[in-house]
Design a protein around this ligand. Structure first.
Ligand SMILES: *[C@@H]1O[C@H](CO)[C@@H](O)[C@H](O)[C@H]1NC(C)=O
Ligand SMILES: *[C@@H]1O[C@H](CO)[C@@H](O)[C@H](O)[C@H]1NC(C)=O
Ligand SMILES: *[C@@H]1O[C@H](CO)[C@@H](O)[C@H](O)[C@H]1NC(C)=O
Length: 339
């Protein structure tokens, strides 16, 4: 009886909280992408020509196979800096991003009222569990999230020309995409209806309706972004069949479709093999619980990171240069909590 009463009480508090939170102004909108998913376009849409924005603040700092292995403490420190620029100490993000954040902080401190939302686009934060781990819930509540996903064959076709890029490996692209999709339930758990999924094959067909979804997410007039969106609508004969059908070698398609991480990603999001047609899942399926094999895969991907952290602690003195830097950073980040 007492338990029931408690349950009832906490439910009504939750309902009450939800009601008040939705009216809070949105402070930040975070576009989470792994790259080559039209994230620049989405960022421009949200910027609406005037909003302050931070573009790929970790690009250059975290590259190649470091991305899925980026230590938890470094990711957390970067997020804490991005979501509250008073908390940046200097090495969490790129120098130009830091300067832009400092400017934003100053404007916010000088202003009597709250500033229009800040747009942040990252391509290096792929495990969404970082959001709940690093950020206080109040920051999550005043933010909105747009997660971009795309057919891995399309992502690779778009990455392929950039041979000097550190993500120029099918294997790595598959790891990053799988981490993104399999950690969506972790984002939904803390951010719930503050997340919009932008699945490339869906929204490119109707950019205006995507722009309206984004406007609703931000609680602004539904047609706020419509002109920009309308101007960039591509005709469907340009979109289907997707360009990768003609630009990828059969061997590349085969490599992607037989890669275990890409297989898991494709099954989860609804991309079919041996065809360019998709059977895309609904947002609620993508936010829904993982199957046992998916849980194992996610744990395996996360263990890449744990393995790195362990090696760093064990052999701190004989590390290759880039790892040493990583180690010093994560040590530096631990100092405040240890004291
Ligand atoms: C920034 O630091 C303040 C003071 O320590 C803390 O209350 C706040 O939660 C931090 N912000 C983030 C995003 O972690
Ligand atoms: C977007 O820009 C238009 C035109 O300047 C403006 O009327 C509208 O309020 C802006 N909306 C947002 C959410 O920035
Ligand atoms: C993508 O589009 C299909 C077909 O309209 C729809 O059933 C599905 O829910 C959409 N998925 C997402 C994540 O938007």
């Amino acid at each position: 009886m007492r338990l029931l009463l408690l349950l009832h009480l906490s439910l009504s508090i939750a309902v009450h909280l939800r009601g008040t939170l939705e009216t809070e102004p949105v402070k930040l909108v975070h576009v989470l992408s792994m790259g080559r998913e039209a994230s620049c376009w989405v960022m421009d849409l949200l910027k609406n020509t005037s909003h302050a924005s931070i573009f790929e603040p970790l690009g250059g700092l975290v590259e190649g196979s470091q991305i899925p292995r980026h230590s938890q403490s470094s990711t957390d420190a970067a997020l804490q800096c991005l979501y509250d620029c008073h908390n940046c100490t200097g090495s969490e993000v790129r120098k130009d991003s830091l300067e832009e954040l400092q400017q934003f902080c100053q404007d916010a401190d000088d202003s009597e009222s709250s500033l229009p939302y800040l747009v942040v686009k990252t391509t290096r934060i792929v495990d969404h569990a970082a959001i709940s781990r690093a950020l206080p819930q109040s920051y999550v509540d005043s933010s909105r999230f747009i997660v971009l996903l795309r057919d891995p064959r399309g992502v690779w076709a778009s990455t392929k020309p950039y041979t000097s890029w550190a993500i120029h490996h099918i294997d790595l692209v598959c790891q990053l995409l799988a981490l993104q999709a399999l950690s969506l339930p972790d984002l939904a758990a803390v951010a719930g209806n503050r997340v919009l999924l932008g699945v490339y094959e869906n929204w490119t067909e109707d950019t205006v309706s995507f722009a309206q979804d984004a406007a609703r997410l931000l609680g602004v007039d539904a047609d706020s972004f419509a002109d920009f969106a309308k101007a960039s609508q591509r005709p469907s004969e340009e979109l289907m069949p997707p360009s990768w059908v003609n630009t990828l070698e059969a061997s590349e398609i085969e490599e992607i479709e037989t890669n275990a991480n890409c297989q898991s990603y494709m099954a989860r999001v609804g991309y079919t093999t041996k065809s360019w047609k998709s059977a895309l899942k609904s947002p609620s399926e993508l936010f829904g619980p993982l199957s046992e094999p998916e849980k194992l895969r996610l744990a395996e991907l996360r263990s890449l990171q744990a393995a790195l952290t362990q090696t760093l602690t064990d052999q701190a003195t004989e590390l290759p240069e880039p790892w040493k830097l990583e180690f010093q950073r994560s040590r530096a980040n631990r100092v405040p909590s240890a004291s």
